[in-house]
Design a protein around this ligand. Structure first.
Ligand code: XBP
Ligand code: MG
Length: 254
């Protein structure tokens, strides 16, 4: 097994709990702006998360949960417009500081930077959303900390397809053995493992019951020295929180 050179992070659910109080709220605001009476409850949104990508999720909603809606002639353009308005609402929410990073994320990224590890993002969300989260929740200069931000429509097949991780590694001229991935969902780990990556999982409210077979470890959070994680599957040895040493150990043994 080669030495660990890079950490590849998913964004939504992994760096921050963005779905329920961020993306969902932004979708609903965009629907209201457009005069639609659609309301995605937290429960319904959990079901819609079966499909990654906001535009794809709107289409999935129409196909499976709102067949009665009379579709405009240009459905693609209609969805694109709604989604652009949703992105405006979402980035504004983040600029207002509505969504913090999950526990331990800032510390772990700091440890990785201090150790000279390379960083990248591999996500299905829109690039503007990644920037809004990194700048407002991590650090004003955080965009420059990430060598590659692989996001959104840059690959046609979103997660669970492996393409976004493969794209990020190609840009960095790295192989899966050089990297480790951080994910929070079934679609996420299907993507990272499909790209050949060892994967560390932190679950969230929407993904606790997901199947994470093959994960290097499944945690409830990265944790902090004074606020330990709970190990849901796998072996953390004596570790109480996810630090770079444990990341390297998991990379080495998987
Ligand atoms: C995240 C997504 C995204 C967001 C919404 O999945 O599926 O679509 O929910 O963002 P993952 P957009 O964490 O697996 O990357 O509306 O910008 O698509
Ligand atoms: Mg995710």
């Amino acid at each position: 097994m080669s030495e660990l050179k890079a950490l590849l992070f998913d964004v939504d659910g992994t760096l921050a709990d963005t779905e329920r109080d961020g993306h969902r709220v932004a979708f609903n605001r965009a629907f209201a702006d457009a005069g639609l009476d659609w309301d995605w409850s937290p429960e319904l949104y959990g079901r819609l998360l079966a499909v990654t990508g906001g535009k794809e999720r709107i289409r999935y909603y129409l196909d499976h949960f709102n067949q009665a809606f009379s579709r405009p002639d240009d459905l693609d353009g209609f969805i694109r417009g709604l989604h652009a308005a949703k992105t405006e609402h979402y980035t504004r929410l983040l600029a207002e500081g509505a969504i913090p990073l999950r526990p331990g994320v800032k510390r772990l990224i700091g440890e990785a930077r201090d150790a000279g590890l390379r960083l990248a993002v591999a996500t299905t969300t829109t690039p503007a959303n990644v920037e809004a989260l990194l700048v407002h929740a991590l650090h004003p200069e955080a965009m420059s900390w990430f060598e590659v931000i692989a996001a959104g429509d840059v690959v046609p097949a979103k997660k669970p397809a492996p393409d976004i991780y493969t794209y990020a590694m190609e840009k960095m001229d790295l192989t899966p053995a050089d990297c480790i991935a951080f994910e929070d969902s079934r679609n996420g780990i299907l993507s990272s493992q499909g790209a050949g990556l060892t994967t560390i999982i932190t679950v969230n409210g929407y993904t606790t019951d997901d199947d994470f077979s093959g994960a290097a470890i499944v945690l409830d959070q990265y944790g902090e020295p004074d606020a330990p994680f709970t190990v849901l599957a796998g072996d953390a040895g004596d570790a109480r929180y996810l630090d770079l040493e444990l990341v390297k150990r998991l990379h080495h043994s998987h």
